[in-house]
Write a new protein. Structure first.
Ligand SMILES: [Zn+2]
Length: 405
């Protein structure tokens, strides 16, 4: 917990520490277990009530079961403008599971450990949301020249699902922001591009047989393994021959198989096997073309399978699609981002985000948030107080730009 004593005695070095209002808000948001599979309504309702205390109304858009919601809220400009030329601070409220991870502290408590804050979501990405929300009283006191919007989404971690409804609602209500900041962990650097991601499930139906009589069966695990091996060859080809973009940490498209299930017992030729794989592609690469290549290879395995049983097959289901995102490095939002961070360079990242969806909806977008993606999804997820202080500074510069006084 963030005890007052801990905050009165910051680390011995002169590490900048964010103000208590921001830390308290981070602590509040972390305390809601918003693992993607569960409801996020506790957190969303808390934010709705927090904003309502300042007279700000929230627009909630729900999933089909009304278990989860996005929140969109606008701090209007002093002249009453709520729709045009504003800035969106955008973050997802969901976090990845802590199941099976060894945590030294309670994951759903923001705990100060040395000069780090530890807890699920401290870097990915509740701190950005919290620090933004903590500015509300000050922004309203100073008065805005342009609107400021908060966009909090659900189900980002499982394929950027929720934010699509939020964006559709914002578009339908003719809200036209001039800029969007996605607070994914970027070390408070301005990120202008990320890779796209497509994930798929491949389902292989073979033919069962006694394992003493393998020629009478079609071994689904064996067939699936051949497709997985093909994916491995694709991955190697990208690694060796590109195309390359050196601005990315992993400067080429990657192909990866992450889950595989098959078979029931060793003495049965397995009838079923399925596995999940993904492409994380450069924005210039067309993922449809990549999938078509995999399907073409799979088709070459079919004649041998059908010779045993015409009912055997290899099928592909798309699990998720996040488009690649490439903003223009010299555009206005990138320039603003550089001013607000006080940095000169822009970067590109390998992980996907909601940036592509805002960008494709016509909202100029960058990614900029505290912490490092390397700490995201890990046990003992942490962010340094220094990064949080940099985020605070960013918000203050943003406020100076947006505020009348
Ligand atoms: Zn994230």
């Amino acid at each position: 917990m963030l005890s007052a004593a801990a905050l009165m005695n910051p680390p011995a070095t002169a590490t900048p520490v964010p103000p208590i209002e921001s830390l308290e808000l981070i602590r509040t948001l972390i305390a809601y277990d918003t693992t993607s599979r569960d409801s996020n309504l506790g957190l969303i309702h808390w934010v709705r009530d927090y904003l309502a205390r300042y007279g700000i109304a929230s627009q909630l858009t729900y999933d089909d079961e009304r278990r989860k919601a996005n929140l969109f809220a606008t701090l209007p400009a002093q002249d009453g403008n709520e729709t045009t030329g504003g800035v969106v601070l955008s973050g997802h409220t969901d976090v990845v599971p802590v199941d099976g991870q060894a945590w030294d502290t309670a994951p759903f408590e923001a705990t100060l450990v040395g000069d780090r804050l530890q807890g699920r979501g401290v870097t990915d990405m509740k701190s950005f949301c919290a620090i933004g929300l903590a500015q509300v009283p000050e922004l309203l006191r100073r008065g805005l020249r342009r609107p400021l919007h908060f966009a909090l989404s659900y189900d980002e971690e499982v394929g950027c699902i929720g934010v699509r409804r939020l964006i559709a609602d914002v578009t339908a209500r003719q809200i036209r922001p001039a800029a969007c900041i996605i607070g994914e962990p970027s070390g408070m650097r301005v990120v202008v591009a990320h890779k796209g991601k497509r994930s798929y499930r491949c389902r292989v139906r073979g033919h069962e047989a006694h394992s003493a009589l393998t020629p009478l069966g079609v071994n689904a695990i064996q067939v699936a393994s051949e497709v997985v091996a093909f994916l491995g060859r694709m991955a190697r080809q990208f690694r060796e021959r590109g195309p390359f973009d050196a601005a990315y940490e992993v400067p080429y498209t990657t192909v990866h198989t992450g889950v595989m299930h098959g078979g029931t017992a060793l003495n049965i030729v397995p009838r079923d096997c399925r596995f999940d794989f993904e492409f994380r592609h450069l924005p210039s690469e067309n993922p449809e073309v990549l999938l078509a290549e995999v399907k073409r290879f799979a088709a070459t395995l079919l004649p041998e399978m059908h010779a045993i049983d015409s009912g055997t097959h290899i099928e592909f289901d798309q699990l998720s699609a996040t488009p690649g995102f490439e903003s223009h490095q010299g555009n206005d939002v990138a320039e603003l981002g550089k001013q607000w961070t006080g940095t000169r360079d822009v970067g590109k990242v390998s992980f996907g985000s909601e940036a592509a969806l805002f960008h494709n909806a016509g909202v100029p977008t960058i990614i900029c948030g505290p912490g490092n993606i390397a700490q995201a999804h890990q046990p003992n997820e942490w962010v340094t107080l220094e990064q949080l202080a940099l985020c605070e500074k960013f918000m203050r510069r943003l406020a100076d730009d947006l505020c009348a006084a």
